[in-house]
Design a protein around this ligand. Sequence first.
Ligand code: ARG
Length: 571
Amino acid sequence: MDLEKLLTGRLAPAFETVAGVPVDPVVRRSQRADFQSDAALALARRLGRPPRSIAAEVLDRARLGDLCAAEVSGPGFINLTVADPALGGLLSALAADPRLGVPPAAEPETVVVDYSGPNVAKEMHVGHLRSTVIGDAAARLLEWLGHQVVRANHLGDWGTPFGMLIEHLVDLGEAEAAQELSMGDLDAFYKAARAKFDADEAFQERSRRRVVALQGGDEATLRLWRLLVEQSERYFLTVYDLLDVTLTERDFQGESSYNGLLAPVVDDLDRLGLLRQSNGAACVFPPGSVGRDGEPLPLIVRKSDGGYGYPATDLAAVRHRTGSLGATRLLYVVGLPQRRHFEMVYAAAAQAGWLIPPARAEHVGFGSILGPDGRMLRSRAGESVKLVALLEESVARATALARERNPELGEAEAAEVGRAVGIGAVKYADLSSDRQKDYVLDWERMLSLDGNTAPYLQYAYSRIRSIFRRAGVAARPDAAISLAEPAERALAMELLGFAGVIAEVERSLEFHHLASYLHRLAVAFSAFYERCPVLRSDGPVRESRLVLCDLTARVLRQGLHLLGIRTPERL
Ligand code: ARG
C-alpha cells in the first residue's frame, strides 16, 4: 500500500539484474514526476557505464505493468508517474482498510518506553512535559503497530532527600502535609524542607538518621515515605489526565522498586570482573566512555558510603526489562543532558550480558523549551515554569479564542473545545519540532489557525466532518475513485504516504515527520476543497470526492490520535 515500497519492489529486481548485486533503487517523491529513482547515477562508476544507459536498461527489464509510466531524464534519473487507474485502485483499497494502509508489525516485540519520570515531592516542570508528551506518542504508535508496550514511569522516589522530606512531614503533621501535597504545592513542600535542612543543624541530624532508618527498612519510616509517594503519584495522575496522556497508576515503576535488585547487580558485576574501586566507590569503566583528556570515565554503582545511586538503579532496570520482561527494545525518553549517563549504562549492561542483540536500548533524547527571549523558559519570578500553570494558560487562551470566533458556542462546548485545542496546541508544538533541538514556546504561533499547528489540523478535521453533517451523507468506501483534477491527484498521493511516514517514525521516533506529514495532508486537502466542488458536484464524481474527504478525515484523526491530540467534531 505504501507507494514508495511498491515502486521499489518493481524496480529492485531490474536493478539487481543489471548490476549483478542487490541495489536499493532509492525511490523518492519528486517535483518533476510523482517519484524519482537516482540509483543509476550511483551505479555508473561501479559499472563503468553512462548512467542514462543503465537507467534505460533497468526500465527495459522492470515490470511496471499498469502501475506507472516511466522515463529516463536528465543525467540518468528514472521518473515515475503513477497511472490514474492504479492510483484510484490503491485509494479504494485504503478506504476499505480500517488501518489506513498501515500494516501491523511483521515481528512484534516487547518494547519498554521509559518516560515522564517525575520526582516525588517535586513539581513537574516543563522538562518533564517533553518526556511525557514524546514518550506517550511513542507508546501509542508502537502499540498501534502491534508491539507489546510496557510503559515505565521511572519515578524518582528514593534517595537521601527523603530524610529531610519525611522529617518535614513529621513536623507539619500528616494531615496538614497530605493536604499541601494533594493541592499540588509540591515545590513549596520541598523548598520548606530544604530551607530547614540548610538552617537547622538538629533537623539535619534528624534527616540523616531518617535516611538510615529508611534504607534499613524501618516500618514506621517506610509508612511515612509511602505517604509522600502516594500523594505525589495522585498529583501526577491529575496532570496526566489534564494532558490526555495514557499513563496510569499501574505504570509507576519508581526507582525504589529496584532496591532489592541492586546488591545482586553489583555482586554480578564484581563476579564478572567488571568492578574497580575508585576513591572508595565501586565503579564500572564502560568501554568507549572517556573524559576530555582521554581518561576512562567511571560509572559509580556503589558509593563510598555503601549506598547505591541513579546508575545502579538504571543497570538493575535494564536487567529487569530484558531479563524478566523479555523486552528487546528499550526506549529512554529523557533530556539530552543525560546522554552520557545512558551511553555508559548501556555499555556496562552490554558487558554484563544484560543487553545483547536482538535487545537494544535507545536514548530518545530531547532539547529544552525556551522562552521568547531564547533562554530556558522561566516564570516571572525567575523559577522554572510549572507544567500545570503552562497547561492552564494554554486552555484559557484557547477557550477565549474559541468564544471570540464563535460567539454562539455554549459554555460547556467552549470549555471542551478550549481544552482540546489548548492541550493539543502545547503537545503539537512540542511534537512538531525536531526533538533533538531546543524550541521556543510561542503562544501566538502555536494557537494560530494557520501554519503547522494543532488548531490548523483540528480545524481541517472539523471542516470535513461538517461537510458530511451538512449534507447528511456518508462516504461509500466502495465508490470508484476518479482523479481527473491535479488537486485530487495531489491529495491522493499524500493519503497514500501515511504508511511510509509511520514506518519511518516507528524507527526514528522523530514525531516531527508525522506532524509535517499531517500538515502537508491538510494543505493538500484545502487546495482540493477550494478547486473541486464536493457537495455541488454529482454522480460518480461526488461519490469519489466524498471518499477523498472521508479518507483525509480518517488519516488526520488517526495521526493526531497517535500524537495524543483530540479531534473535536466542531471547533
Ligand atoms: N527522574 C529523572 C529526572 O527527573 C528521569 C528518569 C529517567 N529514566 C531513567 N530510567 N533514568 O531527571
